[in-house]
Design a protein around this ligand. Structure first.
Ligand code: NAD
Ligand code: LMR
Length: 328
């Protein structure tokens, strides 16, 4: 067994938390030889419910669970953490405008960014799941001036996995037969699921499906999948979101497969003409714990329009939260 690492999860008593913690504790994220100490953050009123989750975690007697810290104190939650999964967020209430939502989340992700800055390991890997995930990640990053901005990422892996599943079903293949799927942009309905570079059993995906299905069925289905699940379940996706978070962190820690890539929302460096700084979904490869944007992909007019639309939305979101960034 290796020395334990510390993994922070916020919103730990929520529904994603309930689907996520047991898998992290069981070794699904960092492997069966990597003990983890879970740092669970909740708001004060949710601490009794969190205690119940802690009891259940202990009752699993997982070989890889080396300890649990449950707290409502940010400074305790992020002390010396190697990984931070920021799941807890303010959900959109009735009549709430996007602007109100961003403001409410600024009050959460600003202080969390600062606490990570002050207490986390210097190479902490941060994944923001709580919506609006990309811009929440930007707020946290902009309140953590001493950490490398590249350590702040947001989740588009659920969209990536949804896209794999839709394409697999359409082509009669398994998801593992598909490589080089890409989600560009925001984890929102403007995201652009792109199959132009994807292959199914080694053959071009775009030639395996007809253009009308791609444009009128595949793209909107992936873009609207979150809403479809809310409609069907009466609650937003939880187990699939938790699973995607595990995939994101595992691949960031251990690397991507040769010849394939994954989608991660990361700070744009201007690649593919995207506004520098916004947290944008890109195709990335990972080696030795560092991700790199896949370069040199051909972008036609169809893709360009969609990549720009989701970039525009992210720039607008950024403009709405800039007042929440720490002064430099
Ligand atoms: P939930 O309401 O069941 O749980 C959220 C938990 O966060 C609650 O227990 C709440 O007490 C806690 N919380 C709120 N503010 C907090 C704070 N400041 N610090 C710590 N904890 C706090 O919600 P859920 O279903 O678990 O979803 C969590 C978030 O994930 C939502 O914003 C949801 O929209 C988002 N989500 C994102 C994706 C994605 O792909 N990026 C997918 C699904 C859901
Ligand atoms: C999802 O994609 O399932 C979540 O982000 C929920 C939502 O609001 O779409």
């Amino acid at each position: 067994m290796k020395a334990p690492v510390r993994v922070a999860v916020t919103g730990a008593a929520g529904q994603i938390g309930y689907a996520l913690l047991f898998r992290i504790a069981a070794g699904d994220m960092l492997g069966p030889d990597q003990p983890v100490i879970l740092h669970l953050l909740e708001i004060t009123p949710a601490l009794p419910a969190l205690q119940g989750v802690v009891m259940e975690l202990n009752d699993c007697a997982f070989p890889t669970l080396a300890g649990v810290v449950a707290t409502d104190d940010l400074n305790v939650a992020f002390k010396d953490v190697d990984y931070a999964l920021l799941v807890g967020a303010r959900p959109r209430g009735p009549g709430m405008e996007r602007k109100d939502l961003l403001e409410a989340n600024g009050a959460i992700f600003g202080p969390q960014g600062k606490a990570l800055n002050d207490h986390a390991k210097r190479d902490v890997k941060v994944l923001v799941v709580g919506n609006p995930a990309n811009t929440n990640a930007l707020i946290a990053q902009q309140n953590a001036p001493d950490l490398d901005p590249k350590q702040f990422t947001a989740m588009v892996r659920l969209d990536h996995n949804r896209a794999l599943s839709q394409l697999a079903e359409k082509t009669g293949a398994h998801t593992t037969d598909i490589q080089r799927m890409t989600i560009w942009g925001n984890h929102s309905s403007t995201q652009y699921p792109d199959i132009h570079h994807a292959t199914v059993k080694g053959k071009a995906a775009i030639e395996a499906v007809d253009a009308a299905w791609y444009k009128d069925s595949f793209i909107p289905t992936v873009q609207q999948r979150g809403a479809a699940i809310i409609k069907a379940r009466g609650a937003s996706s939880a187990a699939s979101a938790a699973s995607a978070a595990i995939d994101h962190m595992r691949d960031w820690a251990f690397g991507t497969q040769d010849g394939d890539w994954v989608s991660m929302a990361i700070p744009s460096d201007g690649s593919y003409g995207i506004a520098p700084g916004v947290i944008y979904g890109y195709p990335v490869t990972v080696k030795d714990g560092k991700y790199a944007i896949v370069q040199g992909l051909e972008v036609g007019a169809f893709s360009r329009e969609r990549m720009d639309a989701t970039d525009k939305e992210l720039r607008e979101e950024r403009a709405g939260v800039e007042h929440l960034f720490a002064k430099r």
